[in-house]
Design a protein around this ligand. Sequence first.
Ligand SMILES: Cc1cc2nc3c(=O)[nH]c(=O)nc-3n(C[C@H](O)[C@H](O)[C@H](O)COP(=O)(O)O)c2cc1C
Length: 344
Amino acid sequence: MRTLRLGPLELETPVLSAPIAGFTDSIYRRTVRNLGGCGLLFTEMVWAGGWVQGKIDPSRLDGVEEEARPLGVQLWDREPELIEEGARRLAAMQVSLIDLNFGCPKKRIMGRHGAGATLLRDPATVGKLVAAAVRGAGSVPVTAKIRLGPSLAAPTATDVARSIQDNGAVGITVHGRTADQHYGDPCHLDLIGEVVQAVSIPVIANGDVHDAPSAVRTFEATGAAGVMVARAALTRPWIFREISAALSGFTVPPPPTALEQKTLLLKNHAAMVEREGDPRGTILMRKFACRYIAGAPGTHGFRDAITRARDAADFRDIVERLFPLENDAAGTTIEPLLQERACG
Ligand SMILES: Cc1cc2nc3c(=O)[nH]c(=O)nc-3n(C[C@H](O)[C@H](O)[C@H](O)COP(=O)(O)O)c2cc1C
């Protein structure tokens, strides 16, 4: 059985669930945890300054104190003292790991705040932020998530990774694209491999892992110690148990039946409505409902209908009537929708 050690934290499997803004809330995390095979789950990224200065709604930390471990929380900012205070607060909440975001290519994060992937131009500042997080975190391990650099003309990842390591982080996730590539081009697994060679702490490879074979290929091509999955898990949150089984040489388990998927969807919708009220909970649930089954044959009409669900009763009615649908629409893609919120 392959495991992954990040400082004091021993993960049962080297397959991690990525931070995904707008998606990786406590309901999503519970789903992934229950389906099994995931070594570590993350919240979406949390703005340290906004949190410390009381400027953001702390709902991004919903569930963090209560839920099972291991659980990682991701912070972003460019001010060391704010990162340090954010890390101190997270350590007090006894999270398992604190991750820093140096990969977000969104204009708001890069331009207005000079944070996220902007910092890939500045390994020294990255180092100061990691050192600040390590100070605030105490005994809680700190990792960082990066891209390959601002652009392929400036592939700074190895310098940034060394700075992250030298300042006390216990692991690095590398998304195999540059900031200006957003999600468009294929991942550069060879360049992730260069980061693996440049540091002695574990590197987790990220990007375009969409099933067990692509995870195995990513391990082989990069030499990474772990893989992290984002978009594919929104569609198939059972992907973690498939990858973990393949890595251990076990038979890959079948996906949940249509009935199990339907039950999961209704259960998550009920939880969302309980947390957010109705119709807000239903409206928030629409995007998850589309994605849970995106690309599966026969889901086109279901997706169309569910994105218009007005309230809880309407949502339940659509699910009962249309899930799963007639075999008419294989392979619809979710990427354009996801890119609107992409942060890493
Ligand atoms: C909608 C969306 C939101 C994201 N939010 C975050 C985030 O909060 N923090 C982060 O480090 N990366 C974020 N990412 C990037 C993913 O974690 C991951 O690096 C990227 O999607 C590549 O992995 P994949 O090919 O498995 O999707 C986001 C991506 C998407 C599509």
